[in-house]
Design a protein around this ligand. Structure first.
Ligand SMILES: Nc1ncnc2c1ncn2[C@@H]1O[C@H](COP(=O)(O)OP(=O)(O)OP(=O)(O)O)[C@@H](O)[C@H]1O
Ligand SMILES: [Mg+2]
Length: 637
């Protein structure tokens, strides 16, 4: 990350230049500023901390605390390099209980921004205000202000254009700031936290218990289902929470590791959590986890990096083992056999509401039990399990079997789109087109029986059909992805899709930082048939879904698309293309899904009506032809 590879010797540089270079070590991006300011507030024993961010931190970052504050003379020295109230002599480093110890943060920020600190020390009558621009003190004046400190870092890197250029998109930088905020809010539930984007409140988290904090940050739905990692024994005490498999996420964004309440990044310990959670992870995805570690201070070193983020243990494999076993124990307990789990669940009754609890025994129900949900086998009981989280059995947008099955509502397969009746002959034509070294000739056409051209499904994943010149293998998932992608694009660009109103609109809760993203996407969602409208500060109501989407899959689908749109926000690609791809990926029939012949034929037909039947929107090949000549070579013909 440091951009200066062969750094000049600082001693030979003018002080102001040296300060700016050194600042880069501490202040590499807006999120790093927020981290330093929050740490200072916590070191000052604050019980309430407010973070205000304008323009993803480019224009302003302000952290307000009600901690011990500083006197006017403290203020003047605080921005001197190596001015710290926290470390008096080297040996103290061993015993350090504060975040700060270097006396670097404030001067580093002061060197590359317009810094404004207002503070009143506890017990003092009046406060003081210090303003600094580009490292030069502009003045200290007495002011009336509440006890505590407010530090404002404005116009970050205004005097270091090269650094400004390194900043990523606003969405990315802001996301990083929110991550810092969430980390500290998780580690310090006894502190009240507020976060504002401009004037808009994003998080308002009163001081309280850990569970409440989890709910405030991840939403009530998620918090109530997180599985507790029970504190173990040994020198490294590990506790925390981990999500059950149906709350696994597409990205590893919501993973939090702490040691002695310091947020850390440790790929190694992250792996220990994944390994511990392995019995859960039957379908891929990433667990949400909060893992809190407590260790005697002499067992680890956290100061190996200027940003104080990495941790080294005296006993690395012991640390790995402790994390692994704590996670595995809680995962194991959550997966305990149904009879044991159900003992505690006998009181669980059917209420008929969306938030109905399901006794674990029902998840394992045989035919004799009247379970409304046939849960996939990997959904094992941790209780209670609200019904809406159960993964659907089929694909979200099952490929239509035929027009008949659409009329009878017995099957989850609902037609996606209007389909022609002459499917069979169409599919033959397309298979035909595939034929020949390059493209088809009419003579290549396989003999068509009454029920259409010969097609088979192998491994429940590939559609195989003979051509005169060989055998074609079509990957059913990517083929359907290509079809849906082009249809979604045309819905956004040409004719919006017809949507079906939901009889019981469902609502989705999104993270506060995603609210504006969803608002921006609302018109595109609408073109695709998803009627989405605000419903509370961080909640949206889904009023309608594309006529083709199977009802009950919409929530998961929408959240998945939001996830993907947020992740790719910095790529600069056309949001319509990204949204169409996100939709297609989620809506497409999955690998492993058995298809009947009519479905396969219809898919082939639709595939070859797309603009690019060879590649899916992500660039994966859709089909492959095994040449007859190659087959003959096997047999030395
Ligand atoms: N919010 C605050 N409330 C009270 N005092 C503060 C606050 N922020 C900074 N200070 C004072 O200013 C000093 C300098 O802060 P600075 O962040 O530069 O250094 P540090 O926290 O001591 O070490 P580090 O560079 O490792 O963060 C601190 O030691 C502390 O005395
Ligand atoms: Mg500090």
């Amino acid at each position: 990350m440091p951009e200066i590879s062969s750094r000049p010797r600082i001693a030979t540089l003018p002080q102001s230049v040296a300060d700016r270079i050194a600042a880069g070590e501490v202040v590499e991006r807006p999120a790093a500023v927020v981290k330093e300011l929050i740490e200072n507030a916590l070191d000052a024993s604050a019980s309430r901390i407010t973070v205000v961010i304008v323009d993803a931190g480019r224009t302003l970052m302000r952290v307000i605390d009600d901690g011990v504050g500083m006197t006017g003379s403290d203020l003047a020295s605080a921005i001197g390099r190596h001015a710290t109230s926290k470390l008096k002599k080297f040996e103290d480093l061993e015993e350090l209980t504060t975040f700060g110890f270097r006396g670097e943060a404030l001067p580093s920020m002061a060197a590359v921004s317009r810094l404004d600190v207002v503070s009143r020390a506890r017990g003092e009558e009046i406060g003081a205000r210090l303003t600094v621009a580009g490292g030069v003190v502009e003045g200290i004046v007495p002011v009336a202000c509440p006890e505590g400190t407010s530090v404002t870092v404005g116009h970050l890197f205004y005097n270091v254009p090269a650094r400004r250029k390194f900043l990523r998109s606003d969405a990315t930088e802001f996301k990083a700031i929110v991550q810092v905020f969430k980390h500290f809010a998780l580690a310090f539930p006894e502190v009240g936290w507020d976060m504002f984007r401009g004037e808009e409140p994003l998080y308002q988290l009163p001081a309280g218990e850990h569970r409440k904090r989890l709910a405030g940050l991840f939403g009530d739905d998620v918090a109530e289902e997180l599985i507790e990692i029970k504190p173990g024994s040994g020198w490294l005490k590990v506790s925390g929470w981990i999500s059950p498999p149906h709350l696994f996420q597409r990205t590893a964004a919501d993973q939090y590791l702490f040691i002695n309440r310091r947020p850390i990044a440790s790929p190694r310990l992250g792996r220990a959590v994944y390994n511990g959670a392995e019995p859960f992870n039957t379908s891929g995805g990433h667990p949400l986890f909060v893992v809190l570690m407590e260790s005697p201070p002499d067992r680890f070193d956290i100061n190996v990096h200027p940003a104080k983020k990495e941790v080294k243990f005296a006993d690395e494999s012991g640390a790995f083992g402790s994390v692994f076993s704590a996670v595995r124990a809680s995962v194991g307990a959550a997966l305990q056999p149904p009879d044991e789990a159900s003992r505690s669940m006998t009181e669980s009754t059917e209420t008929g509401t969306q938030r109905e609890s399901i006794a674990p025994s029902r998840l394992f129900s045989g035919a004799s039990q009247r379970s409304p949900i046939d849960a996939p086998p990997h959904l094992t009981p941790y209780v209670p399990l609200p019904r809406r989280h159960l993964a659907p059995r089929g694909p979200l947008m099952p490929f239509p079997t035929d027009t008949e099955s659409a009329k009878t509502h017995s099957s989850p397969a609902v037609p996606l789109f209007d389909l022609h009746d002459d499917t069979h002959s169409e599919a033959s034509k397309h298979l035909d087109e595939l034929d020949a070294p390059t493209r088809p000739t009419a003579e290549n056409l396989p003999r068509e029986s009454d029920s259409g051209p010969p097609v088979w499904q192998v491994f429940d994943t590939y559609i195989v059909s003979p051509l005169k010149t060989g055998l074609v293998f079509i990957d059913q998932h990517v083929a359907h992805e290509r079809v849906l992608y082009e249809r979604a694009l045309s819905a956004m660009e040409k004719t919006p899709w017809v949507s079906q109103q939901l009889l019981f609109p469902t609502s989705v809760q999104v993270a506060p930082e995603d609210v504006s993203l969803v608002e921006e996407l609302t018109p595109l969602f609408l073109a695709m048939g998803f009627g989405v409208e605000p419903f509370g500060p961080r909640e949206f109501r889904i009023r309608s879904v594309p006529a083709a989407v199977r009802i009950s899959g919409e929530r998961q689908m929408l959240l998945g698309m939001i996830d993907e749109m947020r992740e790719g926000a910095s790529s600069g690609a056309d949001p319509r293309l990204r949204l169409a791809a996100a939709f297609a990926c989620r809506g497409a029939i999955k690998a492993g899904q058995p298809l009947d012949k009519a479905e396969m034929i219809r898919l082939i037909e639709e595939l070859f009506q797309t603009e690019d039947p060879e590649f899916c929107p992500h660039g994966r090949p859709i089909y492959h032809v095994l040449n007859r000549r190659d087959i003959e070579k096997w047999f030395k013909r």
